[in-house]
Ligand binder design. Structure first.
Ligand code: NAP
Length: 303
């Protein structure tokens, strides 16, 4: 069995940055990604807050990071990780194609989309309900859509969709948005965007596909039905680390690790949105990838 020095779980910004640092240090590095490399940022139409890059699409940023890590020597494989086992002097990372041995592991599993929790959300997923405006927005060209959420993802989605759809409702449960003020202001200048504050989507209508939503005004309690072809849910992310809970401590599902990215298990490090932290940004994910890789290198040196 091939043994890797560092196995990175997750090919988002944190994971690929760890791949660059590990490979550039001359280590044998494998990055395991379940779906496509890039993580959350791959869906951002425009990234304008990454230092040194005034403007880039999330897809281009991810592709450049992938090339950089590959060119540095990091290997990539596309499969899921079911569990990690600790052996005497290495770890065994279980995948559907069998275990992979590694001397150190960096978990950069990010987070998955949080469901809205409205009735029949699952039924309509892929039939009008989507969690990715960049992926699915083109299906709604000239149609009416709604975006629910108040963070940067929802604001970005509303902007992306305003260029495609005839009409976009941006629905948030509070008056104040979490996302960047400048992005909200830009969305509000779009003639085809209507912002509904203090409002919640309480029901979905339609037979085989979504035909409309019920929106409740949380201040007055009144409800209105809005015909929509698409509903884009952007209400945040949830960690997905339960499969590692035998080996490492979790806190509310996030991997307990400080700024040094060290977990409760020596040899396992956590980088990016999957770990306990207050700021989850592209720049901090990249920072974590570097810190985790350097910590892993130090661990390997001392072993
Ligand atoms: P987020 O910042 O956690 O925002 C989630 C939003 O969904 C919040 O406004 C929240 O409302 C709302 N929400 C949560 N549960 C809800 C429910 N059940 N019903 C209705 N609304 C609900 O998530 P995000 O927007 O996906 O962003 C995640 C992280 O990535 C953030 O740190 C963000 O800044 C970052 N990001 C950055 C960029 C960029 O820089 N261009 C782009 C995308 C994401 P409350 O406000 O009421 O809690």
């Amino acid at each position: 069995m091939t043994e890797y020095d560092i196995l990175v779980v997750g090919g988002g910004t944190a994971g690929m940055t760890a791949g660059i640092y590990g490979a550039r240090a001359g280590k044998k590095v494998l990055v395991l990604e379940e779906l496509i490399c890039g993580g959350q940022i791959v869906n951002a139409a425009e990234v304008e807050n990454y230092p040194g890059i005034p403007s880039v699409s999330g897809a281009d940023f991810s592709a450049a990071l992938f090339d950089q890590a590959s060119n540095a020597g990091a290997e990539f494989d596309f499969q899921s990780v079911d569990a990690i086992r600790k052996e005497a002097d290495h770890f065994l990372v279980d995948t559907p194609s069998g275990p992979i041995a590694a001397r150190a592991v960096i978990l950069a599993t990010g987070a998955k989309n949080r469901p809205l929790g409205v009735d029949r959300e699952d039924t309509f997923t892929g039939r009008g309900v989507s969690y990715c405006a960049t992926c699915d927005g083109a299906f709604y060209r000239g149609k009416t859509v709604a975006v629910v959420g108040g963070g940067n993802t929802a604001l970005d989605d509303a902007l992306v969709l305003s260029e495609l759809a005839a009409k976009v409702y941006l629905i948030h449960r509070r008056d104040e948005f979490r996302g960047e003020k400048s992005t909200l202001e830009l969305a509000e200048t779009k003639e085809n965007v209507t912002v509904l504050r203090s409002s919640a989507v309480t029901a979905l209508q339609g037979e085989k596909k979504l035909a409309g939503i019920t929106v409740k005004d949380l201040k007055t309690g009144s409800e209105q039905e809005i015909p929509v072809d698409g509903l884009f849910i952007a209400v945040g992310q949830m960690p997905q680390n339960d499969r590692f809970s035998d080996l490492i401590e979790l806190e509310n599902g996030y991997i307990r690790a400080g700024e040094d990215c060290r977990t409760s298990c020596p040899g396992i490090f956590a980088a990016g949105d999957c770990r306990t932290k207050t700021v989850r940004q592209l720049a901090t994910a990249a920072g974590d990838g570097a810190v985790a890789a350097l910590a892993a290198l130090e661990y390997l040196q001392k072993k």
